[in-house]
Design a protein around this ligand. Structure first.
Ligand code: MLT
Length: 407
């Protein structure tokens, strides 16, 4: 029999969101298939934006004609989309990112995991605690996490985040090679200021580290002092990769499209000391292992940058933020401490009564029939918290919260 990757044995039996979905399904089947209002995984509920749908229809029609049919596209993404991103997400905000720095993908999750292919196995990885589980699970699979001892992986560097540091980690005392930062943060929903992020960029420059900056939720930023792109910080293009997604911005959770910026200025070195451009490594990785996001998805994504598309995105993200605000205020009314929900669709909340995250999850599910994600699934510092999302409909959100407040 084939020898398999032993690191899989070290992982918990199932991925966090699969485990939550399993518990919800079993609760429903034990309770006459009752309705559960989903506030766990960050899956959107507003149907595809009109502007995006129209563009995707046109793309399908093009594929139906021999004169405009397309097969394989460029692995890096079509120039029309890379140029729009460079112009609207960066140049318009005064940021110099070249279209050739941008790689279109099938979403942030795969890129966040696949980026591990371009750095050395012995790199020390730092993750925020709590954090999106993909950073940790992928480090385990790739053999960079070490052993799980006392609730922590002994080769990972944990950047503790809690209410004492406003969920923005302090700089580590030792050297980290790869640093995953996510702002607005999943799961805490908190943003980062330019001053705070500048310290991280400075740290990375001094230590020869690379920041993998997950800004999947940047479209939810509403406050002016909160950063949307790591490249707002001077010198970040020499030390940071930025990963973005159209999933939560424009309803692409099912369609799949996102992008990753690997600036040409970002360098690494091989074991013999020779210097290499990370952009060229990522390009080599993608051309070998990825055939590009579909033409239809990319045409749909391009529509987000039209005036109508921008209006649609603003309306959709406003809608989800409003839901998050309702959730946050409702939880505060019943005595929870609640964070996030201002520049983010996520609310991070704790009753602070000694119950663990799975107990809080169970009690919200059983008493009020809505789901959450247990905070402990995002790391040790998430214990005693749950994460709720504003991605359900306004009506469902209001109903769930009313049921909880009136109980
Ligand atoms: C989440 O709920 O954290 C996200 O939806 C998961 C994801 O984007 O993969």
């Amino acid at each position: 029999m084939i020898k398999v990757n032993d690191n899989f044995r070290k992982l918990s039996a199932s991925y966090l969101f699969s485990e939550v979905a399993r518990k919800i399904a079993s609760f429903k089947s034990d309770n006459g298939n009752c309705n559960v209002i989903r506030m766990d995984i960050g899956d959107v509920t507003i149907p595809m934006l009109h502007s995006v749908v129209a563009a995707m229809h046109e793309a399908v029609d093009e594929l139906a004609l021999s004169t405009s049919f397309r097969g394989y596209g460029p692995e890096q993404g079509y120039p029309f989309l890379r140029n729009l991103i460079a112009e609207h997400d960066y140049a318009e905000r005064g940021l110099a990112i070249d279209a050739s720095d941008i790689f279109i993908s099938d979403g942030a999750k795969s890129d966040l995991a696949n980026l591990g292919d371009i750095y050395s196995r012995d790199c020390i990885v730092a993750v925020m605690n709590p954090s999106y589980p993909v950073y940790v699970d992928d480090s385990v699979i790739d053999g960079r996490a070490g052993e799980f001892v006392g609730g922590r992986w002994n080769r990972l560097m944990y950047l503790d985040c809690n209410s004492y540091n406003d969920f923005v980690p302090d700089l580590p005392k030792q050297k980290a090679d790869i640093i995953f930062l996510c702002f607005p943060n999943n799961p805490t929903g908190e943003g980062i200021t330019k001053t705070a992020l500048s310290k991280w960029v400075e740290y990375a420059r001094e230590n020869g580290s690379v920041i993998i900056y997950d800004s999947a939720y940047e479209a939810f930023v509403r406050e002016h002092d909160i950063v949307r792109s790591v490249y707002e910080i001077d010198g970040a293009d020499e030390v940071a990769i930025e990963v973005r997604s159209f999933s939560k911005t424009a309803g692409f959770t099912g369609v799949r499209c996102g992008y990753t910026v690997v600036p040409h200025k970002l360098k690494g070195r091989f074991a013999d000391g020779s210097v290499v451009d990370l952009n060229s490594l990522w390009n080599r990785r993608q051309t070998t292992m990825f055939n590009g996001a579909s033409y239809i998805s990319q045409k749909g994504a391009a529509a987000i940058y039209t005036p109508a598309g921008k209006k649609d995105v603003k309306a959709a993200t406003d809608y989800y933020i409003r839901n998050a605000r309702i959730i946050k205020e409702s939880l505060q009314k019943i005595g929870f401490c609640a964070y996030g929900g201002v520049n983010s669709p996520y609310v991070w909340a704790s009753p602070g009564d000694g119950r663990n995250s799975w107990e809080i999850f169970e009690s919200l599910l059983q008493k009020y029939h809505f789901s959450s994600t247990p905070g402990s699934g995002f790391g040790q510092n998430g214990e005693g918290f749950v994460r709720l999302t504003g991605f359900n409909s306004l009506e469902n959100t209001q109903n769930a919260m009313q049921m909880m407040i009136n109980a």
